[in-house]
Design a protein around this ligand. Structure first.
Ligand SMILES: [Fe+2]
Length: 267
């Protein structure tokens, strides 16, 4: 039995004027989204084992943003496992946030948690790459980590792996050779509890080759995804939110939680 919260794309910023290019103009500062997330999580009437953050912890890969993120994230009431996103510097996150107790910054890694395994993949390229390609050696290392896990396995990365039918996501936001990872996962599908990711700033579930893929929306700025969409488009009607994930007897349950409306959000 494992219970965790999935959060993503907080884009915490030390710049009071920060705006993401594709965001709606009227959106609040991203730190307000993280504060709303903290309040919502503090009020949850149940216990959970950890929080999984699937990347874009910070708005920019700077020490100032990392320090701001550390100050906010240390207030959360559970250990947090964090992946770097394309807006982050993995090295800076490790240097500033990682303490091995409350905040764990993970790259290509695997660890046992309460009879399950968390296997993570750093899908980022050099710099701010929205649709990276993963090198063969790192895919082979990922396969070895998967094979070392003989228990129910949660797999997590920042970028989505599989095609979604939305051209903008498939061509500009997806790990471009994600199908290779998907084939490795599909061959071990009976052990894979799910693949959890962020990056696309929208709540989306996919089911392919017997595998569940779960994307968590951003905490403050969400983007649209529909057939034929070829460029980023703000979705100011979708609230910030997070996922509650429960692994119970071979079944994965995912519940969506929405955050209250922030000033400037339309929903
Ligand atoms: Fe993001």
């Amino acid at each position: 039995m494992l219970t965790f919260l999935h959060i993503s794309d907080t884009h915490i910023s030390s710049d009071p004027a920060y705006k993401m290019p594709a965001s709606a103009d009227e959106l609040p500062h991203p730190n307000r989204g993280t504060e709303a997330l903290l309040t919502a999580i503090q009020r949850l009437p149940f216990a959970f084992d950890f929080i999984l953050h699937t990347g874009d912890v910070c708005a920019d890969p700077t020490e100032a943003d990392c320090l701001c993120a550390r100050e906010l994230l240390l207030r959360f009431p559970a250990p947090m496992f964090l992946l770097a996103g394309n807006h982050d510097s993995g090295a800076l996150l490790r240097q500033v946030l990682h303490d091995g107790e409350r905040l764990h910054v993970l790259g290509d890694s695997q660890r046992a948690i309460k009879g399950c395994r968390l296997v993570t993949l750093d899908t980022n390229g050099e710099g701010d790459v929205h649709a990276p390609v993963m090198e063969r050696g790192r895919i082979e290392a990922f396969q070895k980590r998967l094979d070392a896990a003989d228990s129910p396995t949660i797999v997590a990365a920042h970028h989505p792996l599989i095609r979604t039918g939305v051209p903008w996501i498939d061509d500009e936001m997806r790990l471009q050779n994600g199908e290779e990872i998907q084939r490795l996962l599909a061959r071990r599908r009976q052990r894979i509890a799910g693949f959890f990711h962020g990056h696309i700033h929208q709540a989306m579930d996919s089911y392919a080759d017997g595998l569940l893929h779960v994307s968590c929306q951003s905490t403050w700025s969400n983007l649209a995804g529909y057939p034929g969409l070829t460029r980023p488009e703000a979705d100011s009607c979708t609230p910030g939110g997070f996922n509650l994930v429960m692994l119970r007897g071979g079944t994965t349950f995912v519940r969506r939680y929405s955050l209250p409306r922030l000033p400037g959000q339309l929903h």
